[in-house]
Structure formats: structure tokens, C-alpha cells
Design a protein around this ligand. Structure first.
Ligand code: GLU
Length: 327
């Protein structure tokens, strides 16, 4: 492995991201334009917006649109319209990961040159066959790690590019819970940073985006908690500290059960069909974490004025312990 040398334009955007971070709180909401926002996304957006506004900070909207076949026509416009309807205004220009493809490619080339990546030709089928059934997210067993690197086409296919993850624990700060800690080797493994079809992987793009946009605080769902490990690992290779993370509990029904697929997928259209306006929806999203009484009607701005940051942390703790009742 050799020293990681970055081209000057990448160094410059990273330095400007660091300066932005030093200037104060910067949060972001980063949906994928694969369809309308569902109720979990809407609640995450609301809480992430509240945190940023409480801190007098900035709140950015970024669309994670790199996986083009999964993008849906109209989703980008629908996401923006839904956020504005709820009164969640973002700062600055809408950001799209597709606009940063050149930077991701530059970072991938630098990581590859420095020996931090290796090509992998394991098929999904093979990995599924060798992973334990019903196990948690499978850690790549490192089959291609020691092979002589062959980056070109073989049998009509290119390899995926995997991170050669250094051993040791990965740590990060958690705003609403215990500090994050994952063991690199046993819990994270050599994740894919560029897929065999050439698409830049979510972990690489997200890690670089948090840095270049100067994000100080990421508020997102608990389903992405374990994604934090690989993202922090990429930032560590760049010798930059990660943001603080605030992972939010997933939405549960009143009895504490996970929502059905249909309930979970409901978005603003379903609320509107029930005759709810923005004030009723904000009330319902906030009541689902017992931040306000059920049936409350208030705008996002009124919610901001009505509760304090400490209330949110306490409500989240309660929801985690399963005592909270959803609507
Ligand atoms: N785009 C990802 C998603 O919608 C979330 C990214 C993130 O917040 O890190 O699941």
C-alpha cells in the first residue's frame, strides 16, 4: 500500500468542505428518487429539518440518484413538492449525486492507485450460497483479497472494486444513542465501492458527499446504522473526521410491531386521501414519537417553536425502549 495522493481539485473541495463544517451546523436529507417519500422518510425529513433549524444551521437536500435503473420518473419533483408542502424548506441548490460522478471517479482512482481497493469477481449467487441463512448483513469473506489483481474484462464482465478494509474498530458519535462501534473485519468487511456495472456504490458517494458538502450532522433512519461503518472507514482513509450521526428508530405501530409493507409505503397521497392537510400530517408525524399529543395540528414552524431539542432525544429513547405508542 502506498500513500494516498489526491489530485489538487479533490484536495480543494475537501478543504472547502472542512471550512463549511467549521462555520456551523450543516444537516442534510438524502432520499433516493426511487418513488414518493413514505411516512418513515417524511418523519426523518421532519426531524432532520427540526434539528438543523434548532441549531440555527443549514439543511441541505441531496438526491441519491446514482442507481439510474431504480430512479423513477417524476420522483425528484414529487420529493421536492412533498417537502415544501410540509413546510420543510432546504438551503441552497438541490444537490444530486449524479452531478459529482467525476469526483467519485477521481477518488476511486486514487484509492486504487494507493492499493486500498482490489477487484472482485464473486457473483451474488456465490456469495448468497456461502453466507449463513437468515444471518445479519453478510460480511464479504475476502475470497478475492489475495488474488493477483486483474482489473479488465473477463468472460464479458468487469470486476467490482472492493475496499481493502484495515483491521480494527470503527467508531462514530451517535446523537440519540450509544456511540457507534463496529469491528472492521467481523462486522463491516471489504465492501464494494464500485459495482461491476460501473455504478459508484452508495458508501463511497455518501462518504465523499458528507465531506465535500461540509455536513456536520447526519440524521437518518436506524436501517442505515450499519452503513455508517463503511462510510466512516472511507472518511478515515482521507484522514477526515466523520460527521455526528443521529439514527432514528423505525416507525412502529401502536402495539410496537413493524408496519406492514403497505402501511410503511404510505406517503402524503394516502394522508391527503384521508382529508388531512399539512398541519394534520405534521401533527401525526410528531405524535408518532409522542412529541405532541395525538390529533395535534400544527405547522413545521410551530412544532419547531413548541418543543425543545432535549424532548426529541428523550422521545427517541422512549421509542427505542418500545414504550412509545404510535398513532
Ligand atoms: N438515499 C438513502 C435512502 O434513501 C439514504 C442515504 C442516507 O441518508 O445516508 O435510503
Amino acid at each position: 500500500m502506498s500513500a494516498l495522493l489526491l489530485p489538487s481539485h479533490l484536495e480543494a473541495v475537501l478543504a472547502s468542505g472542512q471550512r463549511l463544517r467549521e462555520a456551523g451546523y450543516r444537516g442534510r436529507f438524502a432520499p433516493s428518487p426511487t418513488g414518493p417519500l413514505h411516512r418513515g422518510n417524511l418523519r426523518t425529513a421532519l426531524l432532520s429539518w427540526l434539528e438543523a433549524r434548532w441549531q440555527g444551521g443549514e439543511w441541505l437536500l441531496r438526491l441519491d440518484d446514482l442507481d439510474v435503473p431504480r430512479n423513477r420518473a417524476g420522483a425528484e419533483a414529487a420529493i421536492q413538492a412533498d417537502l415544501l408542502w410540509l413546510g420543510l424548506n432546504w438551503d441552497g441548490q438541490l444537490l444530486r449525486q449524479s452531478d459529482s460522478r467525476g469526483l467519485y471517479a477521481t477518488l476511486l482512482s486514487a484509492l486504487r492507485r494507493a492499493g486500498h481497493l482490489y477487484p472482485c469477481r464473486c457473483s451474488r449467487r456465490l456469495l448468497a450460497d456461502i453466507s449463513a441463512p437468515h444471518g445479519a448483513q453478510a460480511v464479504y469473506p475476502g475470497l478475492c483479497r489475495q488474488q493477483q489483481p486483474q482489473w479488465g474484462w473477463q468472460q464479458g464482465r468487469l470486476p467490482s472494486w472492493r475496499l481493502r478494509l484495515p483491521p480494527g474498530p470503527i467508531h462514530w458519535q451517535e446523537h440519540f444513542g450509544e456511540p457507534g462501534r463496529l469491528d472492521g473485519q467481523t462486522a463491516v468487511g471489504d465492501v464494494v465501492l464500485r459495482r461491476a456495472d460501473g455504478v459508484v456504490a452508495y458508501h463511497l458517494a455518501t462518504a465523499l458527499d458528507e465531506l465535500i458538502h461540509g455536513i456536520t450532522d447526519v440524521v437518518r433512519g436506524d436501517d442505515l446504522w450499519s452503513s455508517t461503518g463503511p462510510q466512516v472507514a472511507v472518511m478515515a482513509l482521507l484522514r477526515l473526521p466523520p460527521p455526528r450521526y443521529g439514527h432514528l428508530p423505525l416507525w412502529r405501530s401502536a402495539s410496537g410491531q413493524r408496519l406492514s409493507k403497505r402501511e410503511g409505503a404510505e406517503g402524503l397521497a394516502a394522508y391527503r386521501e384521508r382529508g388531512m392537510d399539512a398541519a394534520a400530517v405534521v401533527g401525526e408525524l410528531a405524535a408518532s414519537l409522542a412529541l405532541v399529543p395525538a390529533g395535534s395540528r400544527l405547522s413545521a414552524g410551530e412544532l419547531l417553536a413548541a418543543i425543545k431539542p432535549g424532548n426529541l432525544a428523550a422521545a427517541i429513547q422512549t421509542a427505542r425502549m418500545g414504550i412509545n405508542s404510535g398513532p
